[in-house]
Design a protein around this ligand. Structure first.
Ligand SMILES: Nc1ncnc2c1ncn2[C@@H]1O[C@H](COP(=O)(O)OP(=O)(O)OP(=O)(O)O)[C@@H](O)[C@H]1O
Ligand SMILES: [Mg+2]
Length: 284
């Protein structure tokens, strides 16, 4: 599956049982010589919005290569605020966000854009360019590494086509490369969004409710895919869900958020039904 990424070197630095392809490609893409296991380290993260509402309070989270962490919490508990702080869409009020060893919160401008390259975000809606082909959409994921006038105007760098076909094969959609993105089913579109994220050669994959609009079968397929990208390719995956049963089935760890605070961060097998139910209980 990863033949097109085939590289060497970093294998000895990766968790056991993990294939070298993805991590090596990501390291090459981002110029990292050594790959420490922790890919995302969030410390004392606090976000108070301009209206005075504190949506996130003192959050800590560490996610290693190969880990799949699911974040659960009721509507408004701060899950998307957390994701936005990590990718830099929100400027946190306090705390740090370290991605592949670099603190993003101390950076701005070009340095920030570069430090963010190892991060990829998938949202509830695939947000594909409907009139362009599936393949062109996947290639778009690589554009962050090619800042030329031609790519700014939407031209796909030719050297990204073959890898993009490989990513499509990884999500099981190689046959649809030439199809217009606007014709895909919701589940197919979300898998293309995953392939587009892979084209960024990320080390950390964030997914904010990636299965919210999918039927149970398609949701399972996307979750299996994310799980495999963590276990086999060594990505650090953080996924926000509203389905505790999917969290229990696919996550290594579950983080429970309530009113902007972490109430537990534990192996999925050690989280009780009671704790999950408490997350969704109306505030007294
Ligand atoms: N730009 C903003 N300005 C002020 N308050 C905001 C802003 N964005 C979010 N909030 C508030 O912060 C809190 C957390 O919102 P957030 O979107 O992070 O919740 P969530 O856990 O993702 O919820 P959901 O499950 O509904 O997606 C909410 O009370 C929300 O109203
Ligand atoms: Mg949200």
């Amino acid at each position: 599956m990863n033949a097109i990424l085939g590289a060497s070197g970093a294998a000895a630095l990766e968790p056991e049982g993990m294939r070298p392809g993805r991590a090596a490609a990501a390291n090459a893409a981002h110029g990292a010589a050594l790959a420490p296991r922790v890919k995302l380290a969030v410390r004392n993260l606090t976000m108070r919005y301009a209206n005075g509402h504190t949506a996130l309070q003192d959050m800590n989270l560490s996610v290693g290569a190969g880990d799949m962490v699911v974040v659960l919490g009721s509507n408004g508990s701060g899950k998307s605020t957390f994701m936005k702080c990590v990718v830099g869409l929100n400027r946190p009020t306090a705390g740090t966000v370290e991605v592949a060893g670099r603190d993003l919160t101390s950076l701005s401008g070009k340095a920030m854009r570069e430090a963010r390259l190892p991060l990829a975000l998938i949202s509830q809606h695939a947000n594909l360019v409907r009139r362009r082909s599936v393949l062109a959409n996947v290639c778009c994921g690589a554009l962050g590494r090619h800042r030329t006038l031609a790519t700014t105007l939407g031209r796909v760098p030719p050297e990204e086509v073959e890898p993009a076909l490989g990513y499509l094969a990884e999500v099981g959609l190689a046959d649809l490369a030439g199809q217009r993105a606007g014709t895909l089913s919701g589940g197919q579109a979300q898998r293309v969004a995953v392939a587009r994220a892979l084209a960024q050669a990320p080390q950390v994959l964030l997914a904010d409710e990636p299965v919210a609009s999918l039927d149970p079968e398609a949701a399972d397929e996307v979750m299996r895919l994310l799980r495999r990208l963590a276990s086999e390719d060594g990505l650090a995956v953080v996924c926000v869900l509203h389905q505790p049963e999917l969290a229990a089935r696919y996550a290594d760890r579950i983080v429970g958020l309530r009113r902007g605070r972490t109430v537990f961060d534990r192996p999925a097998s050690a989280v009780s039904q009671r704790e999950i139910a408490d997350l969704y209980m109306a505030d007294a």
